[in-house]
Design a protein around this ligand. Structure first.
Ligand code: ZN
Length: 295
């Protein structure tokens, strides 16, 4: 009996000791968390989750297929380190039909990219992550994502979906302007190559940047006043827009860090603010009885 009491005392002392240990760092990466830690992460993040969206597509002759994935994940993880929240794993189911003629493109069907994003939001919400911020790294997703966000109003949702919109401050714009050496761009260009050199310089083949043309080929200049799905292929068939023979780690650092800083501000705001949720709920209520809406 005495031995048993001694053992019990020893165990409770050990237990106290383990409780007194400083809490280990809680990862912000969803896939690195254990299930018990996930519960803590949801609490600590106030339900805010980043969904970095990249794509697998050609980026000129010199950047890796996953360039957009690397970029949005770096911005997301840098922001989450400044303002804690959960960061969803690598996601690349987006709109990229225009690059199907290039090697390495994974272009899922429109139905599938819609469904997988919708169900991902619903699954995040079911797990307590009810404030979802899309951090988009791929220009070809922009129109899809805006429409997807609007579509959330079609039926009641128990989460809010926010599309991060970075916007260079005059100070940052001036700094970028002073560092940039080229005027044209848009894809795998000087800016994007600089970002990749800052994030993963080992994957950038700068010496190949001049081996293909990134100039706008204006192959639809003869058809005015229109928008057509083939526009990008008409202008940039090499899936390269700009001139990446010039790039710098410094420019990439400014772009990544300024975006991360703005994203951290958005995370912080959403943690303590329920304005979107309350407006959304009022809207769902009003839209169930539009004739009762004051005229
Ligand atoms: Zn890109």
């Amino acid at each position: 009996m005495k031995n048993l009491i001694a053992v019990c005392l020893l165990f409770s002392a050990l237990n106290l000791f383990s409780q007194a240990k400083p809490e280990s760092k809680l990862s912000c990466s969803y896939d690195e968390l254990t299930a018990p830690d996930f519960v803590k992460a949801v609490e600590r993040s106030s339900g805010v989750c980043l969904l970095p969206m990249g794509i697998l597509e050609k980026h000129g002759p010199h950047l890796p297929l996953g360039t957009d994935i690397f970029e949005c994940r770096k911005v997301a993880l840098t922001a989450a380190e400044q303002e804690y929240c959960v960061v969803f794993p690598t996601y690349f189911a987006g709109q990229i039909n225009e690059a199907r003629h290039q090697p390495g493109t994974i272009a899922y069907s429109p139905e599938l990219i819609w469904k997988i994003l919708q169900e991902t939001c619903e699954e995040l919400s079911r797990n307590g992550l009810k404030k979802i911020i899309i951090v988009n790294g791929h220009g070809g997703n922009n129109d899809f994502l805006r429409y997807f966000c609007m579509s959330q109003l079609h039926s009641q949702k128990d989460y809010v979906l926010v599309f991060f919109q970075p916007n260079d401050t005059p100070e940052v714009a001036k700094k970028i302007e002073s560092l940039r050496q080229t005027k044209t761009g848009g894809h795998a260009d000087e800016k994007e190559t600089s970002m990749m050199r800052f994030i993963r310089s080992d994957l950038v083949k700068t010496e190949l940047a001049g081996t293909q043309s990134g100039q706008n080929q204006k192959r639809l200049a003869e058809v005015p006043f229109q928008y057509t799905g083939i526009w990008w292929y008409a202008q940039y068939p090499n899936h390269y827009a700009g001139d990446a023979t010039k790039s710098s780690v410094e420019l990439g650092k400014v772009v990544v860090e300024s975006q991360a800083e703005q994203l951290a501000q958005l995370i912080k705001t959403l943690k303590n603010n329920n304005k979107i949720e309350s407006l959304q709920n009022q809207f769902y209520k009003d839209s169930a009885n539009p004739l009762n809406t004051k005229q």
